[in-house]
Ligand binder design. Structure first.
Ligand code: BG6
Length: 496
């Protein structure tokens, strides 16, 4: 299905995100013939440039970041749709100019008045840009034409700022016009969590505290902070990853079955389960969290310096580059089942997975066998580096005596489905254009996420540098992350 005709306005068109992800995704959509019949892209930025300069720079980006070989004809057609407009929220007249530019384009290109505004800008520009769009009437939906705003993360820096940003946006537009992106929802394996749970009969009956011992969510990265020192040092691993990406995974795994597969039902259930995350006291928050910073080490063949030596990181910074949390959900399904979350930078492996650990079988009948080699019953949804679903269980080793070994069944997406490589943004951009916001965060979901991490942010702030641990770059993370589970008689699933 082709989206309706529209104008696609990108604020921050000269930036990294546009070049790395937005344009390559538009290109992939163009190559699949999934862009609207009548379409135009308006690139907006503060620094003036000509249409040709913008097109050249986008083409260069495309050649570097495209996920498939660039077909010159498709690229040329797409870039011919692109024009530049100078827009600066500090210069109100520039938004009047943008409006005129769009009116004129709509006549010449016949895009029909539908407009999508994509904020690929630094977060400080989100509210001022939205305000200007509202002031000049660009967000007003009239004569059947739609107006949509796409916002990237980070959406706020804590509960109060996320609420303030939501309130600000909702003064200017309606919730249905807002598309808060979390790129994790563009990942096929993440979308598949709902299908795995609700399109199969065998999982749902055991998906609860009677059968599940605990759940682990791991997002480990090999990359350090790179050239994002300034942003990262003000943000840290918790804010950067947990209320958004890890909570997307957690809510999909933990939510109740939605009545319908539509944006209202799915997003309501996701927000509901996040709002049921227990709010620990300050002392409990410190006990059930681990924060750590990486020290110099080696990843592969590369020497990685201390986090504190990264350009733009404050010399005595206490910002965490690793976080592990134990969270409890206060509802009927999950009472007593811990969710252990961990994420960090500069680790030994790149690994993103959700591992569901089922309760141990009563094994007395096998006492005397090699019980210590028994595998734990993990069902693991692998998101990176390979897209998999894996089940670990126990089997009898062939032979006259009964000895048991842990074995595994592994489904690899790549073996079954031959999909063209993508950026992960195509579905999201396509959905914005067809008006389906099921894969986007709603205001209450974002706020429920911040509410759940706020006790940790508060406790850490009050604790200052007390309690921040270290780990060597290239290691598996700080030892105290293991203690978090060991205290409960559990351990992290090993990387296989
Ligand atoms: C981004 C974070 O949102 O997600 C980055 O800002 C992080 O710090 C990235 O590296 C991880 O995404 P992925 O898809 O590689 O797991």
């Amino acid at each position: 299905r082709k989206p309706e005709n529209c104008a696609f306005v990108i604020f921050g068109v000269s930036g990294d995100l546009t070049h790395r992800l937005v344009l390559p995704s538009l290109y992939n959509l163009a190559a699949e013939n999934l862009l609207p019949e009548k379409f135009c892209v308006v690139g907006a930025a503060r620094r003036a440039m000509s249409n040709d300069e913008l097109r050249d720079s986008l083409l260069k980006g495309l050649r570097e970041f495209a996920t498939r070989p660039v077909d010159d004809v498709v690229a040329h057609q797409l870039l011919q749709c692109v024009t530049f407009v100078e827009a600066d929220s500090k210069d109100p007249s520039s938004f009047e100019t943008l409006k005129k530019h769009l009116d004129a384009l709509e006549c010449s290109r016949g895009t029909g008045g539908n407009r999508l505004f994509y904020l690929a800008t630094p977060p400080a520009a989100f509210a001022p840009t939205a305000r200007e769009l509202g002031r000049v009437g660009l967000m007003k939906e009239d004569n059947g034409a739609w107006r949509r705003l796409v916002i990237e993360k980070p959406f706020g820096t804590d509960l109060a700022s996320a609420k303030a940003l939501n309130a600000e946006l909702l003064k200017i537009m309606d919730e249905h016009q807002i598309y808060r992106i979390d790129h994790y929802l563009g990942k096929e394996t993440v979308q598949n969590i709902l299908v795995l749970r609700f399109a199969n009969g065998m999982f749902e009956p055991i998906w609860n505290r009677n059968h599940i011992d605990h759940i682990q969510i791991t997002v480990e990265e090999r990359l350090g902070v790179g050239h994002r020192g300034g942003f990262y040092d003000a943000t840290g691993a918790l804010r950067d990853m947990v209320p958004n990406h890890l909570f997307q995974l957690m809510s999909l795994v933990a939510m109740e079955p939605p009545t319908r597969f539509d944006a209202h039902s799915v997003r309501s259930e996701k927000a509901e389960v996040l709002s049921a995350i227990q709010q620990p006291s300050e002392a409990e928050a410190l006990k059930s969290s681990v924060r750590a910073q990486y020290l110099a080490g080696r990843i592969g063949n590369a020497d990685v310096p201390d986090y504190r030596k990264v350009p733009d990181v404050r010399p005595g910074s206490t910002t965490e580059t690793y976080v592990a949390l134990k969270l409890m959900i206060d509802n009927w399904r999950w009472a007593g089942v811990p969710f252990y979350l961990r994420t960090g930078k500069a680790l030994a492996h790149k690994r993103t997975e959700v591992a569901i650990k089922f309760k141990q079988a009563p094994l007395s009948m096998f006492s005397g066998t090699a019980v210590d080699r028994l595998s734990q019953n993990f069902l693991t949804i692998g998101i990176a580096p390979t897209e998999t679903i894996e089940l670990q269980f126990n089997a009898k080793i062939p032979g006259p005596s009964v000895t048991i070994d842990g074995v595994e069944m592994k489904f690899r997406y790549g073996d079954y489905f031959k999909a063209d490589p993508s950026t992960g943004y195509e579905t999201l951009i396509y959905d914005c254009m067809i008006g389906d916001n099921i894969l986007f965060q709603r205001a209450d979901g974002v706020e429920a996420g911040w509410q759940a991490v706020q006790p940790f942010l508060n406790a850490w702030k009050n604790a200052g540098s007390n309690g921040i641990e270290t780990y060597a770059a290239g290691s598996d993370g700080p030892a105290c992350a293991d203690d978090l589970l060991r205290r409960d008689g559990r351990s992290w699933r090993k990387f296989t």
